[in-house]
Design a protein around this ligand. Structure first.
Ligand code: URA
Ligand code: URA
Length: 262
């Protein structure tokens, strides 16, 4: 193995070990790893297996990884943890599957929604129904990016029955998941789509109308709050305001020309 792939392998092993340590601290004792992450975590001869609960070297909270492959590995481990979660017994019983998130593991911008709906629960991917099609239009036609350039996730990873709003205890059960996901992704910007994402990420009761049109802060990341695309489908007269918010974001990202700025 050459020096750089040895270093990459070490980093990967460190990320996986950190995730396992965090799981262990959270009381998880059994975890089925996906094959790639399992092989990344496989011990060398003579080393203890990393997939067993780790008792040694419990380090202080580590800086999140930055290299692309580290993020992919860390996201994959977190995704497995989400898929095995049954903390909200009712949601775990009614879901088809958990809906983790999708997109670029090294994104400039993350879009954060509320919870999976019918289509997302069936497909296992966020924002694939009618609201998702509007979000894709905002990203692709509005911002000139590809859906794959950004990362899309929800506050809750399970569909609430009949698309009711997430209950506060459900959000708290899922908080560790979306916070860790954002820690791994370390975007420059988080766009909160609607009140559920915004209020729970920022832990405030302010309305979308009060929060939109400027950047707020989440652990040093610029947060833009705007209307949820499902709301825009019901209230198309509000689309103009979301388009203003998106243009505000694009100016800050340097995605708009001087001509477009004026
Ligand atoms: N609404 C959301 O908030 N998230 C989805 O994934 C789909 C619809
Ligand atoms: N592009 C639009 O046309 N409308 C929006 O709301 C956002 C981007």
């Amino acid at each position: 193995m050459d020096a750089s792939s040895a270093a990459a392998s070490l980093r990967l092993r460190k990320v996986v070990r950190q995730r396992l340590e965090s799981l262990h601290r959270a009381g998880v004792t059994h975890l089925v790893l996906p094959e790639a992450a399992a092989s990344a975590a496989a011990p060398r001869p003579g080393e203890a297996a990393a997939s067993a609960p780790v008792e040694r070297e419990v380090a202080p909270a580590p800086a999140p990884p930055s290299a692309g492959e580290d993020r992919v590995a860390a996201l994959r481990v977190l995704q497995q943890e989400v898929a095995a979660c049954t903390r909200c017994a009712a949601l775990a019983g009614s879901r088809t599957q958990t809906v983790f998130g999708v997109g670029n593991p090294n994104p400039r911008v993350v879009f954060m929604g509320e919870a999976p709906g019918f289509d997302e629960d069936k497909k296992g991917e966020p924002f694939v129904g009618a609201a998702g099609q509007l979000l894709t239009k905002i990203i692709e036609n509005g911002m000139g990016l590809k859906r794959d350039d950004v990362y899309i996730l929800n506050t809750l990873k399970c569909r609430p029955p009949n698309n009711r709003n997430p209950a506060p205890d459900e959000v708290e059960n899922c908080r560790g998941f979306f916070e860790q996901q954002l820690d791994i992704l370390r975007p420059e910007y988080i766009v909160c789509l609607g009140a559920v994402a915004a209020q729970n990420l920022l832990q405030t009761k302010l309305s979308v109308g009060k929060m939109r049109g400027r950047f707020l802060d989440y652990r040093g990341v610029k947060v833009l709050v705007t209307y949820h695309p499902a709301y825009l489908l019901r209230a198309p007269e509000e689309k103009r305001k979301t388009w203003e918010d998106i243009q505000f974001l694009m100016r800050d990202m340097g995605l708009m020309s001087d001509a477009e700025r004026s």
